[in-house]
Design a binder for this molecule. Structure first.
Ligand SMILES: CC(C)(COP(=O)(O)OP(=O)(O)OC[C@H]1O[C@@H](n2cnc3c(N)ncnc32)[C@H](O)[C@@H]1OP(=O)(O)O)[C@@H](O)C(=O)NCCC(=O)NCCS
Length: 188
């Protein structure tokens, strides 16, 4: 494996062919997709995985495939993605880079998303020398906001309505968190 990030328990790496079917299963799981407007078909899921793979190939960073270092059953088994992405141009705070995460349900509650998110922020500030990173999610997605807080991001209080959703959709209102390079380097 080349061009990967290693943490205590994880690899953040390029996507491989065997990840795609597992990713499609995640994207068809109503619990994983509870805070997204709809479940994804296997075809749509593959489109996204291909895009993640291509962006990492082109740029050297992106939404990395996350796998466990210590996995007796499957070496480097895929547990989801965590990483960085250019925010969609439709969002009022674009252009900037966001951090995001999505893990298989079986791997929630073990701190993996937080561990991978910290490594992603470290990469963003040390390797890419970015000035700030944002994160956003539906107001009702508390689990995701807990990660934002654990990794030292602050709530901008600048909630916004996602342009891809009707304003009265239950997922439309989003929180916007951010962290600057200065905040990251002066963390405890
Ligand atoms: C968002 C999501 C990644 C959060 O997963 P998570 O398991 O809650 O987050 P983490 O992996 O950081 O784990 C934190 C939990 O592990 C616990 N934990 C256990 N062992 C740990 C360890 N060694 N180190 C750190 N935390 C540990 C923490 O106490 C915390 O538990 P809690 O949920 O009871 O507070 C997951 O719910 C998900 O994939 N959701 C669907 C996709 C989604 O909504 N993405 C965001 C859209 S913007």
């Amino acid at each position: 494996m080349t061009g990967y990030i290693e943490t205590e328990r994880l690899y953040l790496r390029q996507w491989q062919a065997s990840d795609f079917a597992i990713f499609a299963e995640m994207n068809a799981d109503p619990e994983v997709m509870k805070y997204f407007p709809k479940l994804l078909s296997a075809t749509m899921s593959d489109v996204i995985a291909n895009k993640c793979q291509q962006l990492i190939k082109d740029n050297g960073w992106g939404f990395w495939a996350v796998s466990l270092k210590d996995c007796s059953e499957q070496i480097h088994a895929f547990i989801g993605f965590v990483g960085l992405n250019q925010t969609h141009a439709d969002l009022h705070f674009a252009p900037c880079v966001e951090i995001a995460w999505r893990l298989r349900k079986d791997f929630w509650g073990q701190g993996y998303a937080t561990e991978a998110a910290r490594a992603s922020l470290d990469f963003a500030f040390s390797e890419l020398a970015l000035d700030k990173i944002v994160a956003f999610t539906a107001v009702i997605n508390q689990r995701s906001q807990l990660i934002m807080e654990r990794i030292g991001m602050t709530d901008t209080q600048d909630n916004f309505y996602h342009p891809a959703l009707n304003a009265n959709h239950p997922l439309a209102e989003h929180v916007l968190y951010k962290i600057t390079r200065q905040q990251w380097s002066s963390r405890d």
